[in-house]
Ligand binder design. Structure first.
Ligand code: NAD
Ligand code: 0WE
Length: 258
């Protein structure tokens, strides 16, 4: 039923064993997908080593550095995919960045450079990666990104990331409209708050998680593997009629009014 054998999947955004992208990669692997993994390189090569060790059990047959701020790294990532795979079926976009000082305090004080950087890394990168992936998705394909409720509602301190996620969700719709005739589907998962490297660096995340545990219909938060299961579904032929959508994987929190 849910079978991804013969599918080539590129997964971005794994930093450690708490990353949502790690939960997605594990479930794609379980469904039989052939994995390519990209990581954000640092000067000392620490991230490369850490992520390589983590993903080894999934036998990725591509493992590449890809800082989405650098066109040449994006370009060479997709050159390797073209040369080694010949086609791409699944693209997972699971990355975001804003300056820490722009994720607290007054939104109106966001700097021009901080605003631009958050939108370049968190939003424009989906547009850019999709444009490069398009000619490689020769048998059709599925593109998936990760968003958060702060792109739709004003969530305290999410600030410039909320603007980035609003732009991301809108990009999903415009990309879905463009790529649909090529049988490429584009969707987003809006995940509830999960403790990861990115979220743990945010003050008050534990209080937010506690609030969700009180209010969400399921009275709990979601796990990376639950997001991975929904991602695997959206990337599979079982979701062949779904594109341009934002699927909430949030224990139901989004439906509540109080
Ligand atoms: P994470 O820190 O594990 O992942 C963020 C990733 O972004 C890291 O792997 C990091 O290397 C990568 N990244 C940052 N700048 C980059 C760049 N310039 N080039 C390439 N990669 C870069 O945290 P996470 O929570 O798993 O975040 C993954 C996605 O999920 C993000 O889009 C985030 O907004 C979204 N999300 C997270 C939550 C949550 O509560 N954790 C909820 C909803 C959505
Ligand atoms: O999208 C996110 C996290 C995004 C993020 C987090 C950081 C922290 C460290 C982007 N850039 C950075 N930069 C850093 O230097 N989430 C959905 C998790 C999250 O972040 C919040 C949240 C939630 C939930 C920020 C404020 C309020 C709530």
């Amino acid at each position: 039923m849910l079978d991804l054998t013969g599918k080539n999947a590129l997964v971005t955004g794994i930093a450690n064993n708490r990353s949502i992208a790690w939960g997605i990669a594990q479930q794609l692997h379980k469904a039989g997908a052939n994995l390519g993994i990209t990581y954000l390189p640092d000067e000392r090569g620490k991230m490369e080593k850490k992520v390589a060790e983590l993903v080894e059990p999934l036998n990725p047959n591509l493992f590449l550095p890809c800082n989405v701020e650098l066109d040449e790294q994006i370009q060479s990532t997709f050159e390797v995919i073209r040369d080694k795979w010949g086609k791409l079926d699944i693209l997972i976009h699971c990355l975001a960045f804003a300056n820490k000082e722009d994720l607290s305090g007054d939104f109106s004080q966001t700097s021009r450079s901080g605003f631009n950087q958050a939108l370049e890394i968190s939003t424009y990168s989906l547009v850019k990666l999709s444009g490069i992936a398009k000619p490689l998705m020769i048998e059709g394909g599925s593109i998936l990104t990760l968003t958060y409720l702060g792109g739709v509602r004003a969530i305290p301190n999410y600030n410039v990331m909320g603007v980035a996620k609003a732009g991301l969700e809108t990009s999903v719709r415009y990309l879905a409209a463009e790529l649909g005739p090529h049988n490429i589907r584009v969707n987003a998962i809006s995940a509830g708050p999960i403790r990861t490297l990115a979220s743990s660096a945010v003050g008050g995340i534990l209080d937010m998680i506690h609030h969700v545990e009180q209010v969400a219909p399921l009275r709990r938060t979601v796990t990376q593997l639950e997001v991975g299961n929904a991602a695997t579904f959206l990337c599979s032929d079982l979701a062949s009629g779904i594109t341009g959508q934002v699927l909430y994987v949030d224990a139901g929190y989004e439906i509540m009014g109080m």
